[in-house]
Design a protein around this ligand. Structure first.
Ligand code: NAD
Length: 478
């Protein structure tokens, strides 16, 4: 018997959770439930994170969490419980299977069976944002080697376990050569350890277009957080069934399972919501905790029920569906079908589908790290970069000189174009003169000089070379 944490959520949450639990218990799931309260009530009681410390304790103790959708109240100050849970518990892998159910659920893409493995903890979702000038705000995109290694290895191990043939990586490393470049590099390194699995890389824009146009070409796709967020919704939608998809959030210790949709408050308490998304989450959970036989039985009963044309209103279509049913009746039909297998749709087969245990990340020996320059960012309301260059030259130190100014990444000095639009946010790159070196004291002196010359510095960014290789971007046009 495995103890799991359950949150019934908001809106349609309690109805679809009841349906899901009825089905899994009827199928013989060996789980014991410990319920917690999270979401709207907790937010509105004044807890801006939507979860109490006791609830955290329960989740951490049981390690497996089945969560119905929750409502994040409108207005500022309320933190998304999903993002918080994923990060606090280190749930680094978000796994979203997207499968079409043709001809029983309408879709433009009858042959589609892909799994999106989305990095879940970093990228632009690190939530580090700063306003630096009147006109410019930055959001830091953080990509780490452990983050890349964990998610890419998860994707390949998942593909191996599920007997899938190909893993595709999406990045935008033609533009973000350092951050997405690292993700792509790690993908190539780890792919080489799995010669039996085909690997390929697409730039994310054309990759996303292909997901929408020819999804049958994909099998497992792994990608950084933001692209994964967007593209997994596209993929779920093109199966024709955003309301049918579930997802798992996997960490080294804990895991959370859910539907991909929200709390749909406008259809709450009407017995019309489709419980399939959460049920799919529960099937993934049963696989995760080693109850694959029960997971398989439920999945096949669900597929059989869809084949019989017993549909909730969101997927009901004249001519294809046979019977429009409510949430409860749909669950009852699935329970009746336990033990049956679908005759048209491919039956589920989950042998050896339990949780993946990946090796722990091992930190590599430190590289040789040399300071080779500094970018000083300046708030300046002028328009002519040549004037700013003259000001910055006044703060140069004996060994350090101004080598470039960019505005929003585009080189504007030396030899800028007068057509380039400039904001009040300037990056001034200072590098050592020939035969000279730079150290951190030089940076302090530069900042001290800037203060004396009334130059408004808003941040500095050190330029490093790792093992002799420059590890920063050039200016566009440099
Ligand atoms: P939503 O997914 O709740 O609803 C989008 C549309 O899909 C609506 O028309 C809804 O009626 C329909 N729909 C969703 N699930 C359905 C189901 N199971 N059966 C039938 N129809 C279904 O998205 P939204 O309206 O943008 O968000 C509503 C609330 O949910 C917001 O407070 C949002 O913050 C929250 N939300 C929570 C989660 C989560 O907890 N994982 C995810 C997304 C949104």
């Amino acid at each position: 018997m495995k103890k799991i944490t359950v949150a019934k959520g908001d809106g349609i949450g309690p109805e679809i959770m009841e349906a899901t639990l009825n089905i899994i218990f009827a199928a013989g799931a060996k789980v014991e439930i410990e319920e917690i309260e999270v979401g709207e009530k907790v937010y509105l009681a004044g807890n801006s994170s939507g979860i109490s410390s006791e609830a955290w304790e329960t989740i951490r103790r049981n390690k497996v969490f089945l969560k119905a959708p929750i409502t994040t109240p409108q207005g500022g100050g309320y933190k998304s419980l999903n993002v918080t849970t994923r990060k606090f518990l280190g749930l680094y892998a978000n796994v979203r299977p997207c499968m079409s159910l043709h001809p029983f659920v309408k879709t433009k893409h009858p042959i589609m069976d892909m799994v999106i493995v989305r990095e879940n903890e970093e990228d632009l979702y690190a939530g580090i944002e700063h306003q630096q000038t009147d006109e410019v705000i930055q959001c830091l995109k953080l990509i780490s080697r452990p983050g890349c290694e964990k998610i890419v290895r998860y994707a390949f191990e998942f593909a191996k376990q599920q007997n899938r043939k190909k893993v595709t990586c999406f990045t935008k490393d033609n533009i973000m050569k350092q951050t997405d470049g690292l993700f792509h590099k790690v993908f190539d390194e780890i792919a080489a350890e799995y010669p039996e699995i085909i690997n390929e890389h697409w730039i994310v824009d054309i990759g996303a277009a292909k997901v929408a146009d020819t999804p049958e070409e994909f099998d497992v796709i792994v990608m950084p957080n933001l692209y994964g967020d967007i593209i997994s919704d596209i993929a779920a939608q093109v199966t024709g069934s955003v309301g049918l998809a579930g997802s798992s959030n996997i960490g080294e210790e804990c895991a959370m399972f859910e539907a991909i949709h929200g709390s749909a408050p406008t259809i709450a308490n009407q017995n019309v919501a489709n419980p399939s998304g959460l049920l799919q989450g529960a099937v993934m959970m049963l696989n995760h905790i080693g109850q694959s036989e029960i997971a398989e039985k439920i999945q096949n009963a669900w597929l059989k029920t869809l084949e019989e044309g017993i549909h909730t209103q969101d997927i009901f279509q004249d001519g294809i569906s046979k019977q429009k049913v409510g949430t409860k009746q749909f669950a009852e039909a699935i329970i009746k079908n336990l033990g049956n297998i679908p005759s048209v749709l491919k039956p589920a087969s989950y042998a050896n589908n339990s949780a993946l245990h990946l090796p722990k990340y091992k930190r590599k020996p430190a590289s040789k790290k040399d300071l080779v320059g500094v970018d000083i960012f300046v708030d300046w309301k002028g328009n002519n970069p040549n004037e700013l260059a003259e000001k910055i030259k006044q703060i140069e130190t004996e060994g350090i000189k101004l080598s470039m100014i960019t505005n929003r990444g585009i080189k504007v000095w030396p030899d800028g174009f007068k057509e380039t639009f400039c904001t009040d946010h300037w990056r001034c790159r200072l590098t050592p003169k020939p035969e000279k070196e730079i150290n951190k004291l030089d940076i302090i002196h530069l900042l001290q000089n800037a203060l004396e010359h009334d130059i408004d510095t808003i941040k500095t960014e050190n330029l490093y070379a790792f093992d002799g290789k420059a590890a920063y971007s050039l200016g566009q046009g440099q």
